[in-house]
Design a binder for this molecule. Structure first.
Ligand SMILES: [Zn+2]
Length: 444
């Protein structure tokens, strides 16, 4: 694996040199030291409040909050929240000032209006802010519910920065499509972007955001487009065929932050082994070169083969492997300082709870083996949810994984197949992004 070249050759260096002293940036040596002395079980915050389920577009919307309540149920029943070093933290409602670090005043006013009973004239006005219609219908209490998701991500950053924990998980977060002035793709406020802004304002030197949702993390990229201290890296199904239609390799950040946006668009029907090949061929090398002080990841579960809104065929085994890769990256490059968020995922009973409870398992200690049976109490809760949602019960019961073992992966260092569309996509992304960070796109 190619290591970071001499620091003086990295494009980042010149930007660091121009950084104004007034930002109050802390060097890595002055970052708060994590309190936990146990290397095996670094402390982990898990954000949870039952009110997070108030983010609810109604019974006919694909993003049902049952995916959150069942994830919490599974994490509880599996004993994950009782593991050593786990701290449950509340999700307070983010303030208007906090939201305004990313969102426009006009948009914040529009969401506030959408949270109240609406007259007909209001509908026309709100639609220009992306509110209304099938994707982001207005609902009572919309502002408070959405701002609570943001508050959870901010609280997670604060928990890490205080030194109380190394890691934090907030599965209700990851609303990566929300734009500064517009709702989009079921996302109202962009908790990831606000949390990253919050971290930078608090003194974080450099934040790396990695998004493995099947959709491009367009809202986060856009909000941080000109911010050289925040680097966004999104792996997703190509925007040529999938919403939101963005995230191409040539999109690399604003003029003040060239190289700070990195996109790895992948072909439709990318499977578990190809997806992990893409992650491994891009993420670790870039993370080592970028040298963040905090890693923020978005774990949309909609890469899964059962997801109704996208075309990848990824498995729970591969999603778990990606979580472990990202955890290891945080351990290697930023002392384990890692905030993991949820995101998309529309197989709300069949897939998301197992994927995100596994995320909590990976962040709080050991992952759960894929062959392990689901706890009986969770299976009962899941059956009740199936009945409520009109989804038939799974015959024969299920376990934590999909019972699809991962293949032996061929490392990128052993070469690429120019006839394979996936390899060509990975190579194109490396050619676009690696030189900006002093890396060789052809060799590891
Ligand atoms: Zn998605």
């Amino acid at each position: 694996m190619l290591r970071l070249r001499q620091e003086s050759t990295a494009p980042w260096t010149s930007r660091r040199g121009r950084r104004p002293a007034t930002l109050g940036v802390m060097s890595p040596a002055t970052l708060p030291a994590p309190v936990s002395g146990d290397e095996q079980t670094p402390g982990c915050a898990v954000v949870w409040s039952p009110q997070l389920a108030d983010y609810d577009f109604g019974p006919y919307h694909p993003m049902s909050p049952v995916r959150l309540t069942l994830t919490h149920e599974l994490a509880c029943e599996a004993g994950l929240l009782q593991r050593p070093g786990v701290q449950i933290i509340d999700a307070p409602v983010a303030s208007r000032d906090q939201l305004a670090t990313v969102h426009t005043d006009a948009y914040l006013d529009a969401v506030a209006r959408a949270s109240e009973p609406l007259d007909l004239a209001a509908h026309d006005e709100l639609i220009s802010f992306g509110i209304g219609g099938d994707d982001v219908p207005a609902f009572r209490g919309m502002h408070t519910a959405s701002a609570r998701l943001v508050g959870g991500s901010i609280a997670a950053v604060d928990a890490i920065r205080s030194g109380r924990v190394h890691r934090a998980v907030h599965v209700a977060g990851g609303m990566h499509h929300a734009r500064p002035g517009r709702a989009s793709g079921f996302c109202i406020y962009n908790d990831a972007a606000v949390a990253i802004r919050h971290a930078l304002a608090a003194g974080e030197e450099r934040v790396l955001y990695i998004d493995v949702d099947v959709h491009h993390g367009d809202g986060v990229e856009m909000a941080l487009w000109d911010e050289p201290r925040a680097i966004t890296l999104s792996l997703h199904e190509t925007g040529e065929v999938l919403f939101p239609g963005t995230g191409f390799i040539q999109d690399s950040g604003g003029t003040a932050a060239q190289g700070s946006a990195i996109n790895v668009p992948l072909p439709p029907r990318t499977g578990p082994d190809g997806w992990l090949r893409a992650v491994e061929a891009t993420v670790p090398a870039l993370a080592r070169a970028i040298r963040p002080t905090l890693l923020v990841t978005q774990h949309g579960a909609d890469t899964h083969r059962m997801d109704p809104l996208a075309d990848f065929t990824v498995t729970l085994e591969a999603q778990r492997a990606a979580m472990e890769i990202l955890r290891d990256v945080a351990d290697e490059v930023c002392d384990g300082r890692w905030l993991a968020l949820g995101g998309g995922g529309y197989a709300v009973i069949d897939v998301v709870p197992r994927s995100w409870a596994q995320l909590i398992a990976v962040a709080t200690g050991d992952p759960i083996p894929g062959d392990d049976a689901l706890p009986d109490a969770y299976v009962a809760a899941e059956s009740r949810a199936r009945l409520e949602h009109g989804i038939p019960d799974e015959p024969g019961g299920r376990c934590w994984g999909d019972r699809v073992p991962l293949a032996q992966r061929r490392p990128w260092s052993e070469g690429m197949d120019p006839e394979d569309p996936l390899d060509r996509a990975i190579q194109a992304a490396r050619r676009a992004a690696f030189p900006e960070w002093g890396l060789d796109p052809f060799l590891d």
